[in-house]
Design a protein around this ligand. Structure first.
Ligand code: S3P
Length: 172
C-alpha cells in the first residue's frame, strides 16, 4: 500500500501548486483539502469562516483528515492550519509521509498579500510582523514533518523534483 504524501506548511508556501505538480509527476491523485472542503460544503473557505466561524471550518478539516487517512497513494495539500489540531497530524501521519514546505516571512508576506482576500485569517492591514508571529506560534506543529523543504525562490517544478529525490533516498 502506497503511503499518502501530505504537504503541510504555512499559507503561501506553495502547497497547492507544488502538490498539483508532484501528483502529475508521480501519476497520483491530488487532493487540495481547502478545495475539497469547498466542494463538500458548497461554500468558499472565506464564506465558511464568515457564515459559520473558524470552528466549523476546523471541524470540516478534521473530518476530511480522517477520511483521507483511510485512502492511500494520494498527494494531499493541506490548509496551513490543519496542524493546529494534533489529532489531524497523527491521523494523517498514520498512512502518510508529512512534508513541510517553508519560506521566509518576507516572501510569505509578499505572496499572501497578493491574494489576501481568499484567506480569512489575514487581516486587511496585514504586516510582516503578523506573519512572523503566526509562524512562531505554529513552529512546533510544522516541525513534526518528516522533511522540511524550502520553497523560497523556487518553482513548483523544482520543489517537486526535490521532494521526489527525498522520497527516493528514504526508500533506500
Ligand atoms: C489557513 C490556511 C488556508 C485555509 C484557511 C486557514 C490557516 O489554507 O485553510 O484560510 O489557518 O493557515 P492555505 O494554507 O492553503 O492558504
Amino acid at each position: 500500500m502506497e503511503k499518502n504524501i501530505v504537504l503541510i506548511g504555512f499559507m503561501g508556501t506553495g502547497k497547492s501548486s507544488v502538490g498539483m505538480k508532484l501528483a502529475q509527476k508521480l501519476k497520483r491523485q491530488f487532493v487540495d483539502m481547502d478545495k475539497e472542503i469547498e466542494r463538500i460544503t458548497g461554500l468558499s473557505v472565506s464564506n465558511i469562516f464568515k457564515l459559520h466561524g473558524e470552528i466549523r471550518f476546523r471541524s470540516e478539516e478534521k473530518l476530511l483528515s480522517g477520511k483521507l487517512a483511510c485512502q492511500s497513494g494520494l498527494v494531499i495539500a493541506t490548509g496551513g492550519g490543519v496542524v493546529l489540531e494534533q489529532e489531524n497530524i497523527d491521523v494523517l501521519r498514520r498512512n502518510g509521509i508529512l512534508i513541510c514546505l517553508q519560506a521566509g516571512a518576507q516572501e510569505i508576506f509578499e505572496r499572501v498579500s497578493r491574494r489576501r482576500g481568499t484567506r480569512p485569517l489575514l487581516k486587511k492591514d496585514l504586516r510582516l510582523e503578523d506573519i512572523e508571529d503566526m509562524l512562531k506560534a505554529r513552529e512546533s506543529f510544522y516541525a513534526q514533518a518528516r522533511y522540511q523543504v524550502n520553497t523560497s525562490h523556487k518553482s513548483p517544478e523544482q520543489v517537486s523534483n526535490e521532494i521526489i529525490g527525498l522520497l527516493k533516498n528514504s526508500e533506500r
